[in-house]
Design a protein around this ligand. Structure first.
Ligand SMILES: [Zn+2]
Ligand SMILES: [Zn+2]
Length: 204
């Protein structure tokens, strides 16, 4: 399914991380299914040497024990072959298919954001959202004109100030053992995501 950053302004956290996380989940679900159904897809995963640490653990939770066993066996057979032929040197690297897919989608969204930001209506929506994590802000700043760069930095400061207020509210509510949490309920993870991006985001 094709997603757009336009829908992401309704959710909490970084716009790009939000859609990227959805794309990643969909891709892993479909890849997991295909590796069981389609021998060629499984061979593709084996020849890329499996998945990176983060995605292998994620994929393992999506797959059945049987699916994991079949893939594990494929990887091991390949490794034995490489070792016996003394060609292991080229085989240490893992070319994770999920990482590659996420990186491609990230580029698409970074480009989409640059186009959307030239639209005043979207700028308003952007101001009303949680904006971007530091990783994506830096990436966008690297490739936009001065006017947009000033807009993004000004908005980032506004978002950080608002988030600080939310964290203050959260902290004082927890201290006073109030159970009446509002919008600030998720402020702590929004703050973490603001810093490092979504779970498993690779910083290149
Ligand atoms: Zn992000
Ligand atoms: Zn990966």
């Amino acid at each position: 399914m094709e997603r757009s950053l336009r829908v992401a302004t309704d959710y909490r956290g970084c716009l790009i991380c939000h859609v990227l996380d959805k794309d990643e989940t969909d891709y892993m679900a479909s890849l997991q299914y295909q590796t069981i159904k389609d021998e060629r897809v499984r061979q593709g995963v084996v020849s890329s040497n499996g998945y990176c640490n983060f995605h292998f653990h994620q994929m393992a939770r999506l797959a059945s024990p049987m699916g994991n066993a079949v893939l594990g066996k494929g990887l091991i057979e390949r490794e034995i072959g490489e070792m016996e032929h003394g060609s292991l040197e080229s085989n240490w690297e893992i070319d994770c298919l999920v990482c590659r897919y996420v990186a491609e989608r990230e580029e698409v969204y970074l480009e989409e954001l640059q186009i959307l930001l030239t639209d005043k209506v979207f700028q308003k929506e952007y101001e009303g959202s949680d904006g971007l994590c530091r990783i994506h802000l830096k990436k966008v700043l690297n490739s936009v004109e001065d006017v947009l760069s000033r807009f993004l930095l000004k908005t980032q400061v506004m978002h950080l100030k608002l988030l600080k207020v939310e964290l203050d509210t959260f902290i004082s509510k927890v201290r006073s053992t109030s159970r009446d949490m509002g919008y600030e309920k998720n402020s702590w993870w929004v703050a973490i995501e603001k810093w490092v991006g979504k779970k498993g985001l690779k910083v290149k």
